[in-house]
Design a protein around this ligand. Structure first.
Ligand SMILES: [Zn+2]
Ligand SMILES: [Zn+2]
Length: 465
């Protein structure tokens, strides 16, 4: 789908620059991220990332705080390094600094900065690196530069749009999550030195059974990867006008002849949220994608403010009946429809709650229960089982992550206190749940009681001597 990236290597500088004039990889939806570019740049100079931060970004540019950060470990700074790919002020500064040092222009294309007036920074960039092992392996095998596309650093991007497999987030050798910059970071490698590419990498999640059960998530996830790829691609070159949330909203309002309430209803959002955007508040990227999908709009046309907004097969603009709210589709005067719909709900995947079904039908939940007791009981049970299963799966996954984090810290000689564990968890708030706290405490007890027994044994053998 996307052509292999052109092998970009250090080329001779057109004018004198402090650092090599290293060309970034601009490959449409698969354009490189700024953190990846910086890692490659440090590698080209034979420096580790820590040395690059200390020697180049700190000293040359007179930023003593970076020097102090690196000197004292810099873990906290590195933990939030993903923000350099987003819209933060730090990203803007880094772009300017690197452009000055390398004499390479348009480095902002490696971030979301071209959309600074449209998208909000909240929930945009993931804290840890993610990667497609097969992309890495293919690039390595075909001798092209290994790098991290910007797409992989976006939150909630779970699948590679080329290989249709789930992105990896943990090094299979050391079990660590990786920050975008590490003291020894290098695209394609873990800090433990392990190569992260794998031609046969197919995770458990792509197995047939998993896909059968989560088919919707999978299809939706792939679509989202493609759409966000389009957003990244459009920021390349000069085709994209500098659009603001206000401009986009006034453009979208043409779909409903300026009716904000109708637009909000169609997009499945509250009127106040839409109003906020018309007043200049920025839109979260994921919500923006969700709106275009829900209204069947072509993403590039929305971003380019094209006069013809809708997709070829969509009748959303012309028909006022194609409304997200389905309240009028199943009026309470048609109980036979309600029964048929309830029967159909017994086969929906994933199952819906009785409350949401009643809301969609425009009927009262209690009334449905009185009229169709057996059907509603079956629906409730199905939904209860489903949510239980979801909860348990989530619990198992997070428990595994907590145990890995505790073990990792223990091996590094750091006591796995709650603060330390939260620092490296993918979502720090997870340890607020009492059930997960128990997992953390149990793991500590398990690890440290072994140590105590070992200490006691050692003491005993000392005394006996
Ligand atoms: Zn891939
Ligand atoms: Zn590793």
């Amino acid at each position: 789908m996307y052509p292999g990236n052109v092998n970009e290597e250090v080329v001779s500088e057109p004018t004198r620059s402090y650092l090599y004039h290293l060309t970034p990889i601009c490959n449409g939806p698969y354009t490189e991220s700024l953190t990846s570019y910086t890692s490659r740049l440090s590698e080209a100079h034979g420096l580790t990332m820590a040395e690059f931060l200390k020697e180049v970004l700190s000293s040359v540019l007179g930023k003593p705080y970076l020097h102090a950060i690196v000197k004292h470990g810099g873990t906290r700074f590195l933990a939030y390094s993903g923000a350099q790919n987003g819209l933060a002020r730090g990203a803007e500064q880094l772009v300017q600094e690197l452009q000055y040092l390398t004499k390479v222009e348009n480095l902002q294309q490696l971030t979301f900065l071209p959309y600074r007036e449209l998208f909000s920074d909240r929930g945009l960039i993931r804290r840890f690196r993610s990667w497609c092992p097969r992309c890495y392996q293919e690039w390595m095998d075909t001798n092209v530069t290994v790098y991290d596309p910007l797409l992989w650093s976006v939150q909630n991007i779970d699948y590679c749009p080329i290989h249709h497999i789930e992105l990896a987030q943990i090094c299979p050798k050391c079990g660590r999550h990786l920050f975008h910059w590490e003291r020894y970071s290098r695209p394609g490698y873990c800090t433990c030195g392990n190569w992260l590419g794998n031609s046969g990498a197919i995770s458990d999640f792509t197995s047939e059974t998993y896909q059968d059960r989560h088919n919707q998530n999978y299809t939706f996830g792939l679509l989202r990867s493609k759409n966000i790829g389009t957003v990244i691609e459009l920021a390349q070159g000069k085709r994209l006008p500098r659009v603001s949330a206000q401009q986009i909203m006034s453009h979208l309002l043409t779909l409903t002849d300026g009716n904000m309430a109708l637009l909000a209803r169609r997009a499945g959002l509250s009127k106040s949220t839409v109003f906020g955007w018309t007043q200049g508040r920025r839109i979260p990227l994921q919500t923006f994608i969700h709106i275009t999908e829900r209204l069947h709009l072509e993403l590039n046309k929305v971003l380019l403010c094209s006069p013809c907004l809708t997709a070829p097969n969509s009748n959303i603009a012309s028909s006022s009946k194609v409304v997200v709210s389905t309240h009028r589709q199943y009026p309470s005067s048609q109980p036979q429809d309600a029964e048929l719909l309830l029967q159909a709900e017994l086969h929906s995947d994933p199952p819906n709650s009785l409350q949401s079904i009643a809301k969609t039908m425009g009927l009262d939940r209690k009334l449905l229960h009185t009229k169709f007791p057996t059907l509603t009981q079956q629906i409730r049970k199905r939904y209860r089982d489903y949510t239980y299963e979801q909860r348990e799966t989530r619990f198992l996954m997070i428990s595994r992550e907590i145990r890995t984090c505790v073990q990792q810290l223990h091996e590094q000689g750091i006591y796995p206190s709650r603060r330390q564990v939260e620092r490296i968890l993918s979502r720090p708030a997870m340890l607020r749940e009492s059930r997960l706290q128990t997992v953390w405490k149990d793991e500590i007890t398990r690890l440290y009681s072994v140590d105590k027994i070992q200490i006691r044994k050692n003491c005993f053998s000392c005394k006996s001597k």
